[in-house]
Design a protein around this ligand. Structure first.
Ligand code: AHG
Ligand code: MN
Ligand code: MN
Length: 343
């Protein structure tokens, strides 16, 4: 066996992949800035215990959640990298009530919305967390305002997430293209292309349902009935719920099954945020061949990607999976006389 067989001498990195798949140098710079901040975040997450980074920062974020020290650090890492990339004009972060306007001398054409640390309730017990982002291009003639981000999910140009777990893994897609996964190789400090053309399992994959069943008393009847249906029969579904959206969606994409965070009578818009949780995950799931629905939301069942956020921190319900399992949910809506889309 030659040395080259034992050691990869031709590594396909994220940077190389992005350069090969866009003619826009600004997009290369942007993805590089996102990747750099995620390397910083994974380093902080891994050192959280020894670095005294567990616990609260003492502030409350845009949605009223207590901010953890790592939420604040991750947010600063993303903002610093994106502002200084020179290719962004407006940023929206879960951790900032107001949008961040990039100073004129550093301003570029991209608008980025992000959840710097998703699943932060899991930080202190060392369970998987993540980062989620969506990218838009400012409209012609605009200097970059929130209006450039308050657009239909169908106009999102690039969406991705990073899972900080036993490995650090970045998954992203450009609009209309396939979904790709990259694992951080800590020995070279680069994201390496490990999962080309990620596809949702054709047959629906493993029979798994994933939701916070503690909310079941608040759900509408079709959702309660769908989860009851998953629990019935000779081979009921398995329940899996990490409580970090990135981890739950990553597993759903790879193994199959269904992820549900529906609207309920306590939270009529659901819990998850449209701009930096719902839309980017919906784009990835759909472009990998899955379905991303709102379930019954404001009187009808909608595609998440057809939603237009009315404010930067607005919420939307999420039901994501393959046709086999989304069909189980739609069946219950049909029984309740609600019009359901074709699968
Ligand atoms: P974040 O930590 O960014 O606020 O997001 C938490 C979200 C999401 O990651 C997760 O799936 C969901 O909240 C969990 O909510 P419950 O604790 O209500 O199940
Ligand atoms: Mn989140
Ligand atoms: Mn978060």
């Amino acid at each position: 066996m030659s040395t080259a067989d034992q050691f990869n001498v031709d590594v396909s990195t994220l940077n190389r992949f992005v350069m090969a798949n866009t003619r826009d140098p600004d997009l290369v710079i942007l993805m590089n800035a996102i990747a750099t901040s995620c390397k910083l975040i994974t380093s902080a997450v891994q050192r959280a215990g020894v670095g005294n980074l567990y616990g609260l920062a003492g502030e409350v974020n845009s949605t009223g959640d207590d901010q953890k020290k790592l939420d604040v650090m991750s947010n600063d890492m993303m903002i610093n990298a994106l502002v200084n990339s020179g290719v962004c004009c407006v940023l929206v972060s879960e951790e900032n009530e107001e949008p961040i306007m990039v100073p004129k001398e550093l301003s570029g054409k991209y608008c980025v919305a992000f959840d710097p640390l998703d699943g932060s309730s899991n930080i202190d017990c060392n369970v998987s967390v993540g980062t989620i982002f969506s990218v838009y291009e400012k409209r012609e003639g605009s200097d970059g305002t929130v209006e450039d981000l308050l657009r239909s999910g169908a106009e999102c140009l690039c969406a991705g997430y990073v899972a900080y777990s036993s490995a650090c893994e970045l998954v992203f897609t450009f609009k209309g293209k396939s979904v790709h996964g990259f694992c951080l190789d800590p020995t070279i400090g680069e994201f390496v292309h490990t999962r080309p053309n990620m596809m949702f399992p054709q047959d629906g994959g493993k029979k798994i349902y994933s939701c916070n069943e503690g909310n079941s008393n608040y759900w509408d009847k079709p959702i309660q009935d769908a989860v009851a249906a998953f629990n019935q029969g000779p081979k009921p579904y398995s329940a899996r719920y990490v409580g970090s959206m990135v981890a739950d969606i990553h597993r759903t994409l790879l193994y199959g099954g269904i992820y549900i965070y529906p609207a309920d009578n306590k939270s009529p818009k659901g819990k998850l945020r449209c701009l930096y949780e719902g839309i980017p995950m919906a784009m990835i799931i759909e472009q990998a061949g899955g379905i991303a629905s709102t379930g019954l939301f404001e009187g009808k069942i909608q595609r998440v990607l057809e939603l237009t956020p009315d404010e930067i921190h607005c919420k939307c319900p999420i039901i994501m999976g393959g046709p086999r399992d989304i069909g189980v949910v739609y069946e219950q809506y049909k029984k309740a006389g609600i019009e359901t889309p074709e699968l």
